[in-house]
Ligand binder design. Structure first.
Ligand code: GSH
Length: 380
């Protein structure tokens, strides 16, 4: 990783970095920016991280330069990561023909159609390559806490933030400024899905926040989403954004206004003047949610305590994996699920005992584990 520049801002540093080769972008190099607040208060502390995905025609520079995020991020002890919006220089003949497709318009999907599929995989770039690059870069890994991450974005980046949040469990919450909420129903989305995806708009529904929320029920997953959009936004007026569709689908799936908050504001347009007007509120919203260990992590640590008691030791880094395996086993069976600890995430070097643990699923419902509701049966 090459550091292209370091700029002091609001007491912290904005780094411009260049990844030598991103697998999801067909091995092309990729620039991104990272803001790290000052850590004067606690030199050993790691900062929670807000990923910000920019919109059509943008690079990693637009949001840090024009978004007014860095002052509030500094005040709230929040690091921020700003990826680029597409691969650069893939060499596809038509990639620079229009401003809303190809270069600067990767749409945060993994392309399945040739010739785009070799390089245009911005979903994997953000959720895999960028995370791995940060985790593998000692100076960043020392200050960025990748256990506490959330995502935000503007316009096409708002679509990216909402869909990557809904499709993965990487991000604790998502916010969006004037997001493209229902791309399979708007011209930008139809163009992107028809161009990047073998299955066109139909395949694109897998990457459409409104379609995804229709298929997410409030009893199976908690959502924490904030959306702001201006009513004088030309693209809102042209029905490129369709936030009402996302709100309606969220309510139909049982999500309350607290869980999915969609706010339309008089007079604001689509520009970074609008983004900067709401940047502080979004940063504070994320900081509040990233301040503490997640409920999942807390429960995972309880699970680790149990595993430790039974098996001797579990690597703490595996806590969430252990917990998720138990949860997915629990939800896939109405009877007592069996979690095979040996093929799971136990630390084999220290876990000497073999066996299967039977877990009473009821202990994992409603977010609270009652220790006495969990039974363990060792048969090894
Ligand atoms: N065709 C116009 C529209 C593109 C546009 O409005 N892009 C938004 C995101 S959808 C943006 O953030 N532009 C960059 C900026 O304002 O700094 C342009 O290229 O300026």
């Amino acid at each position: 990783m090459e550091t292209l520049s370091t700029t002091k801002v609001h007491g912290g540093n904005l780094y411009k970095l260049k990844m030598a080769s991103a697998p999801s972008l067909g091995g092309l190099p990729a620039n991104f920016a990272v803001f790290v607040p000052s850590n004067k208060a606690n030199a050993s502390a790691k900062f929670p991280v807000l990923f910000f995905l920019a919109g059509l025609t943008c690079t990693e520079d637009n949001a840090p330069q024009k978004g007014s995020f860095l002052g509030p991020a500094s005040e709230n002890g929040l690091a921020m990561v700003f990826p680029d919006t597409s691969p650069r220089g893939a060499g596809i003949a038509t990639e620079d023909d229009s401003w809303d497709f190809g270069t600067g318009a990767g749409f945060y999907v993994d392309a399945t159609k040739s010739p785009w599929s070799q390089h245009y995989n911005m979903a994997s770039f953000v959720t895999r390559d960028l995370m791995e690059a940060i985790a593998g870069h000692a100076p960043l890994a020392a200050v960025l806490d990748l256990q506490r991450v959330s995502v935000s974005g503007h316009s096409m980046g708002g679509h990216g933030a909402l869909t990557l949040y809904l499709k993965s469990n990487l991000f604790r919450c998502a916010s969006a400024f004037a997001p493209i909420c229902n791309p399979s129903e708007c011209p930008w989305g139809v163009k992107a899905f028809s161009g990047y995806l073998e299955g066109g708009v139909e395949e694109g529904k897998k990457h459409d926040a409104t379609e995804l929320v229709k298929n997410t029920h409030s009893q199976s997953r908690k959502l924490d989403v904030l959306i702001d959009c201006g009513l004088a936004d030309t693209f809102y007026i042209q029905k490129q954004l369709l936030p009402e569709n996302f709100e309606k689908a969220s309510r139909a799936s049982g999500f309350t206004k607290e869980q999915v908050s969609v706010n339309l504001h008089d007079g604001y347009d689509h520009s970074y003047y609008f983004v900067s007007s709401f940047a502080k509120a979004h940063v504070e919203w994320h900081a509040q949610r990233l301040k503490h260990l997640s409920e999942e992590m807390k429960r995972a640590l309880v699970a680790v305590g149990i595993f430790t008691a039974v098996f001797g030791s579990v690597h703490v880094a595996n806590a969430v994996q252990v917990y998720r395996k138990v949860c997915s086993a629990s939800s896939s069976s109405s009877s007592r699920p069996v979690f095979d600890c040996h093929s799971g995430a136990t630390n084999h070097s220290t876990a000497q005992r073999t066996g299967k643990a039977q877990v009473d699923a009821s202990g994992f419902e409603s977010g609270s584990i009652v220790l006495k509701s969990i039974e363990w049966t060792l048969d090894g």
